[in-house]
Design a protein around this ligand. Structure first.
Ligand SMILES: [Zn+2]
Ligand SMILES: [Zn+2]
Length: 325
């Protein structure tokens, strides 16, 4: 539901402050900085680019209990097993993804490709969810730029739905669903933010959050790992452009949840699945959080006070040079 006429209504809701990533390069008690000791007692390598390690307090583990008590009545359960990892983007404590050079973003994409391949090839792993939570607004307490990986013995719900409808659409029409979305976005044009030869960024017609941006390759690839080297370079450029525009909007480190939506790795046919990155930014205006309330939590539909066309125009107009530079 779009109710753009309501955006100027009086507002006295919650505001957020921003953990400024302008601190020092290195913080002695940061568990992500190079050479530091983590809660597990393990010491980080003196890493110089990206750094991947097993999460010390994993939400999913291969050691999780396999024998579960049978629930009573209609309920069913099964063990959720997996591998949880952390990826530090750079040794520098104060350098966000938006501030990395394009070559470093490309390097990170290679790491993500490798992680998807390595973890996805394991029999017990059915899906690899890579995501970054950024900012206090989404509950992140450590500003050292990093993302997380949950490789699990089940497929997360949204991915399962996307995979199912993609295959149904392919079977019904012979077409790729995401290609139909891209065609509609390109024909309309108002919600496209930036693009190059093989990658594109846009706010979809069906966006729920004010600044919900999708970044995707133009050719259908089921995962990031299936991108060619040229496509990876183009993708890195568009991804970086979006991150910079986000920060430049209000000259703050822009908070978001950023999941990579990639095909499951359970061996089924996902030829209709089109890899993309989604941004779910919680802010509607500077310091103003979008609360999920009655319509969203209570009813299951998103109510937006802004139109995606207007928000895409704002992002198009934002500079491509990071404000800190
Ligand atoms: Zn740090
Ligand atoms: Zn998606």
């Amino acid at each position: 539901m779009v109710a753009a006429h309501r955006q100027d209504r009086p507002w006295s809701g919650g505001t957020v402050t921003h953990l400024e990533a302008t601190g020092p390069d290195y913080v002695a008690d940061c568990y992500l900085c190079p050479g530091n000791l983590r809660v597990s007692g393990q010491r980080n390598l003196d890493y110089t680019s990206t750094f991947v390690f097993e999460n010390d307090m994993p939400c999913v583990s291969l050691e999780a209990p396999q024998e579960l008590p049978m629930p009573i009545g209609i309920y069913r359960n099964r063990p959720s097993l997996g591998i949880a990892r952390v990826v530090c983007y750079s040794p520098q404590h104060n350098l966000t993804l938006a501030q990395l050079d394009v070559s470093k973003v490309e390097e990170l994409l290679s790491v993500w490709q490798q992680q998807y391949r390595d973890l996805g090839s394991r029999d017990e792993i059915k899906h690899v969810l890579i995501f970054e939570n950024k900012g206090e607004a989404v509950g992140v307490s450590n500003p050292h730029p990093h993302c997380q990986i949950y490789a699990t013995n089940f497929v997360f719900k949204t991915i399962e739905t996307e995979a199912r409808v993609s295959q149904t659409h392919l079977a019904k029409t012979g077409r790729i669903l995401f290609q139909d979305i891209l065609a509609a976005e390109q024909e309309d044009g108002r919600r496209i933010i930036c693009e190059n030869e093989s990658a594109i960024a846009f706010i979809p017609y069906f966006a729920r959050y004010a600044y919900e941006v999708f970044v995707a390759p133009k050719q259908t690839r089921p995962s990031l790992a299936a991108l060619t080297d040229t496509e990876r370079r183009d993708f890195a450029a568009v991804l970086r452009q979006i991150l910079i525009k986000f920060d430049n909007l209000w000259e703050i480190p822009f908070p978001y949840v950023m999941p990579l939506h990639q095909a499951p790795t359970d061996g089924n046919d996902y030829s209709g699945f089109h890899f993309h990155i989604e941004f779910h930014p919680p802010l509607r205006r500077p310091n103003l959080l979008k609360y999920l309330a009655g319509p969203e939590v209570g009813g299951g539909n998103f109510l937006s006070d802004t139109s995606p066309e207007e928000k895409a125009a704002e992002l198009r107009a934002a500079s491509d040079v990071h404000f800190r530079k």
